[in-house]
Write a protein that binds this ligand. Structure first.
Ligand code: FES
Ligand SMILES: [Fe+2]
Length: 358
């Protein structure tokens, strides 16, 4: 049900302490993260090979982790190197190790075939670690499937309604038509909205005199990562004059914890030349309010779906990006399972329906 040959964000870099154990579940597998003495992160299955106790209940000893139940000691590769009371250690005494890497403050684990772990497939979350951009890192936990959050991020028409008093501020966003293109391992969504009032949350950045032209341009990539340039510029400013524009860059990613729960990592960076760090703090506060609006709506939607899982959804033109991304996911899962590359039939029908409505 999930693409496995992908890098999934498991944590912000700062969440993994230098001298203690950290655990988080991804795709239903509890994963232990800890740092070696050199500071490098290791990712092991958080389950002792002896009697399956979570290793995170044990302790870090230098570059190793000791199980807190009967004391087996594992090195950073997952190999057991000591069994209390035993002279020898069987070769099969080991726990699974996951490829792990850090890029621009995000810690990624590779959940598929380790031989296929390819650093070239990491997303370009540059603004998470760029001196030109400033932000506060965010994390939310969702008690809903990951797919519903992807759907939400793929269709910004909801900004007009869910975020009427925060990110939206106008129904023109829902009325504007999004352009969708293919990019490697994802899609690019471009939505431009002309001559609209500044959204309430822009006040965190600056007071703007009149109406704006706004833009949202983002790539949405497997397994569920949004990388977006967005902003707004006073309509009366000359073409190309960005001196009063608000320019933001967002990196957001949704990682399934289980089939029904999800980790949501996010940030919205702003240009450092716009002022001091208090702007990033104010922006973060406003963003949290908005993302709670999403969480409340998606959680309620998820509960309504659970109450009657067979109830059909209606496809509309606004769902084109949702349909396209769902098809991509279905194709990637089929390819991993050695099934024909053709997309799942329902997805094909859905896209046709969306196209015909559009
Ligand atoms: S369960 Fe880990 S040492 Fe026994
Ligand atoms: Fe939203």
């Amino acid at each position: 049900m999930f693409v496995r040959n992908c890098w999934y964000v498991i944590a912000w870099d700062h969440e993994v302490p230098p001298d203690a154990l950290f655990t988080r579940t991804v795709l239903g597998e509890a994963i232990l993260l800890f740092r070696t003495e050199g500071g490098e992160i290791t990712a092991l299955r958080d389950r002792c090979c002896h009697r399956l106790a979570p290793l995170s209940k044990g302790r870090k000893e230098g570059d190793c982790v000791r199980c807190g139940y009967h004391g087996l000691l594992f090195d950073a590769t997952g190999r057991c190197i000591e069994i209390p009371g035993s002279e020898t250690v069987p070769a099969k005494a080991r726990v699974q190790r996951y490829p792990v890497t850090v890029k621009n403050k995000w810690v990624f684990v590779w959940m598929g075939d380790p031989a296929k772990a390819d650093l070239a497939l990491l997303p370009d979350n540059f603004s998470c670690d760029d001196p030109g951009w400033d932000y506060l890192p965010g994390y939310l936990h969702y008690s809903t499937p990951q797919q519903l959050i992807c759907d939400n991020l793929l269709d910004f028409s909801h900004l007009s309604y869910v975020h009427e008093k925060t990110l939206g501020g106008t129904t023109a966003i829902a009325q504007a038509r999004a352009e969708i293109e293919n990019v490697p391992r994802g899609i690019r969504v471009t939505r431009k909205v002309h001559d609209v009032p500044p959204p309430p949350y822009y006040k965190a950045v600056r007071q703007l005199p009149g109406n704006l032209d706004r833009w949202f341009i983002y790539d949405f990539l497997l397994p569920g990562t949004l990388l977006m340039h967005s902003g707004g510029r006073p309509v009366e400013d000359a073409e190309g004059d960005m001196s009063r524009a608000v320019r933001l860059h967002s990196c957001q990613t949704v990682t399934p914890e289980t089939a029904t729960t999800t980790h949501y990592f996010f940030q919205q960076g702003r240009r450092v030349e716009e002022g001091d760090h208090s702007i990033a703090e104010a922006l973060y506060k406003s963003l949290l309010v908005a993302f709670e609006e999403d969480r409340a709506m998606i959680t309620a939607q998820s509960q309504a779906i659970d109450a009657d899982p067979e109830a059909p959804m209606m496809l509309l033109a606004m769902d084109a990006a949702v349909v396209r991304f769902r098809k991509l996911v279905a194709e990637a899962i089929a390819a991993e399972n050695g099934e024909p590359a053709a997309p799942a039939q329902p997805a094909v029908r859905e896209e046709r329906a969306a196209r015909s409505i559009a």
